[in-house]
Design a protein around this ligand. Structure first.
Ligand code: SAH
Length: 235
């Protein structure tokens, strides 16, 4: 078997912490797929605009060295119950391959650079892309399919608020990152803290990276409050 990446994705998610558990949960998370030179032939993308959604097959490159085990503890089950690795979408699996359905936002070519834009990604920045295929509803969407412990999208979204300081920073940054507020809200509504933290009082201040920004937040009562948004270099 000879598998080489066809491309790498540029995504706002610079670290694993706070990435949503599946694609489509945060629509404002947009990525750019930059094709390898050997593959960067626009013929490869002819008629791809006919498809609103695409499958990405990718390498969990950040965790592939950490191995795998037959049983995993999905966060959906509170991180306590165990299921088989093949009954899960865990990143820790024998061949470290991930798959995500994303929105097709079109492609461009500038000189030799071929770029495909996608929306609703759950991929870490720089993830190697192994393959891209059209999402075909008649075969891929199965109404009434059973999904046991993962039947519904995560519910109970937590409210997200911004301090004045964070609002001012947002305003300044909208020229560069138009959807920044939607992205931060979308990510934090999922409450990225580990499951056990959800039930205990939590004074901790958290930090997460989106684009080149450091975003600090904490839980206050029933909501998450964004405290500051600063350039990574400045913080
Ligand atoms: N939709 C994919 C991924 C599900 S797991 C699938 O079902 O196969 C989602 C998690 O993958 C995210 O929370 C993120 O932390 C992790 N992830 C995304 N890109 C990764 C990468 N390149 N290496 C390791 N983990 C990654």
């Amino acid at each position: 078997m000879n598998i080489n990446p066809i491309a790498h994705i540029q995504s706002p998610y610079k670290q694993k912490f706070a990435i949503p558990r599946q694609p489509g949960l945060v629509k404002a998370a947009r990525g750019e797929i930059i094709f390898e030179e050997a593959i960067a032939d626009p013929n490869c993308l002819r008629e791809i605009s006919q498809f609103s959604h695409l499958w990405l097959i990718f390498h969990f490159h950040e965790t592939s060295e950490e191995g795998w085990s037959p049983l995993v503890q999905p966060p959906r089950l509170g991180g306590r119950e165990k299921v088989g690795v093949f009954a899960s979408r865990s990143t820790f699996r024998p061949n470290s391959l991930g798959m995500s359905v994303v929105e097709n936002l079109g492609w461009t070519q500038e000189g030799k650079k071929l770029v495909l834009r996608v929306g609703g990604v759950d991929l870490l920045d720089k993830t190697p892309i192994i393959d891209i295929k059209p999402y075909v509803p008649y075969a891929d969407a199965i109404p009434g399919a059973q999904a046991g412990y993962a039947s519904d999208a995560p519910g109970n979204m937590i409210a997200v608020e911004f301090t004045e300081k964070a609002k001012q920073a947002l305003e300044k940054l909208t020229a560069i990152h138009a959807d920044l507020q939607d992205l931060i809200e979308g990510v934090l509504q999922q409450d990225p803290r580990p499951a056990w933290r959800h039930k205990t009082p939590d004074e901790k201040q958290y930090g997460m990276s989106l684009y080149d920004l450091n975003i600090r937040w904490r839980v206050e009562g029933d909501c998450i409050r964004v405290l500051s948004i600063t350039d990574q270099e400045a913080s």
